[in-house]
Design a protein around this ligand. Structure first.
Ligand code: SAJ
Length: 406
């Protein structure tokens, strides 16, 4: 039986996937409300194919609980934020989960950590906890790191198709976990040591952050010279060894905008390009405000209440707002004591910010300038509704004539 700890964006799909493939699973979360929702037969966030997988897992007997259970296999998928001051990883959730596991687990158990962790976290924070309980690593308890790689918006497919990394102190333990994941994972699974697995995961997200930062920096350079950055990137990417990502209003989500900080926090002085990239990407929401200001001046519009932000989530077609560029932009306005712009997002049903709309037509009715922050399918399918408006498109999706770009 597997006890999956943490039923969020990563833990829930993985628990469901194992259950759907016939493994006995208990999913544990300390959030009573979330557990009740799942027990009542409802999923907790929107994700393609998640509801179908949920139904299958329920039919195969998955259990949701607040309690940890005594078993021989644990998969931990709890958040690993970073400390805003030191930039180092905040291991408190993982540490708490492992402590709780140690309180109930059997000798011979394997603890798999799926959460992204900075290189050295298991050595520094987890191993001592296990040893403090009198367990010998490799004999009584096995520790394995199996970082997830799935992308919100396409998680279920990627869970089965992506290759994976498994890091273990003990090769045989790593191979056993590889066999377990192979029950649904068709991608190649590489078994390596723990530190390599920790570093590889952080490096993957850092690579993407740097690449996006490059695109964002190019945008600023090209704007300075009135060159079309999208055309430049398109042509450059025709080179067989060039693959520049797309500029945007900033980098959000709980991964790419977080993990590079672990390296900056742990290797100050060495992580230079990584730090520069983080700063560039973090500067983008304010850059959007500058662009909006330029556009308003050009159009002779001074009334801020006639400007609206389309999209609150961190990227298209998800309902996740963590580290969202739109929220960062509103925060920047707040710091300057400015009244927040109007906003609308089809995925955000609750009132999250001031001046938020829940109906696209009403939102558009009340504004003259639309800033497209997120390219949800909804806006792509309703571009015609933007005719007659001034559009500042930070995602390069609007083909209407006169559209302003980043
Ligand atoms: N973005 C750009 N330009 C681009 C691509 C993305 O501005 O060309 C922005 C997005 O709008 C978003 C942010 O970057 O705000 C991140 O979005 P994303 O779709 O690139 O990635 P995430 O954060 O949703 O998921 C990432 C993935 N990692 C990589 O692609 C290396 C995923 O595979 C990981 O599982 C996930 O992080 C994680 O949990 O680490």
């Amino acid at each position: 039986m597997i006890n999956v700890i943490g039923l969020g964006y990563i833990g829930l799909p993985i628990a469901l996937m194992f259950a759907a493939h016939g493994v006995e699973v208990v999913g544990t979360d300390y959030n009573q409300e979330l557990v009740r929702t799942l027990q009542a037969g409802n999923t907790t966030f929107e994700e393609k194919d998640l509801d179908e997988l949920f139904a299958e897992a329920v039919s195969k007997g998955i259990i949701f609980s607040k309690e940890y259970v005594s078993t021989d296999l644990y998969i931990i998928a709890v958040p690993t934020p970073y400390d805003k001051f030191t930039k180092k990883i905040d291991t408190s959730f993982v540490v708490e989960a492992v402590k709780n596991v140690m309180g109930v687990c059997q000798k011979g158990a394997t603890v798999v950590i799926e959460s992204t962790i900075s290189p050295g976290t298991i050595d520094k924070f987890i191993t001592p906890l296990v040893e403090a309980e009198g367990f010998i690593i490799g004999e009584d308890i096995n520790l394995v790191h199996a970082p997830e790689r799935i992308i919100p918006g396409n998680m279920i497919l990627e869970l089965t198709q992506n290759s994976r990394t498994i890091g273990a102190y003990d090769r045989a333990a790593g191979e056993r976990i590889k066999a377990l994941y192979s029950s649904f994972c068709k991608g190649e699974i590489v078994v390596t040591d723990i530190r390599t697995a920790e570093m590889t995961k952080v490096v993957e997200n850092t690579y993407r952050d740097i690449n996006i930062a490059f695109a964002n920096e190019l945008t600023k350079i090209c704007r300075h010279n009135n060159i079309d950055v999208y055309e430049i990137i398109k042509i450059a990417n025709m080179h067989p060894r060039v693959n520049i990502l797309q500029p945007g209003p900033g980098v959000g989500g709980h991964c790419i905008s977080v993990d590079p900080w672990f390296l900056v926090g742990d290797y100050p002085g060495l992580a230079n390009i990584i730090l520069a990239a983080r700063r560039i990407n973090d500067s983008m929401p304010e850059y959007v405000l500058e662009r909006a200001h330029e556009v308003m001046e050009e159009k002779g519009i001074a009334d801020l209440s006639r400007v609206g932000l389309y999209g609150l989530t961190y990227k298209e077609n998800v309902d996740d707002v963590r580290e969202s560029p739109t929220l960062q932009l509103l925060e920047a306005m707040n710091k300057h004591l400015a009244e927040p712009l109007k906003t609308y997002d089809p995925y955000i049903k609750i009132d999250m910010v001031k001046n938020q709309y829940h109906n696209l037509d009403k939102f558009l009715n009340d504004i003259d300038i639309v800033i497209i922050m997120v390219s949800h399918n909804e806006i792509k399918e309703n571009m015609d509704k933007l005719r007659g408006k001034v559009v500042l498109d930070t995602r390069n999706v609007c083909k209407l004539e006169g559209t302003y770009k980043l």
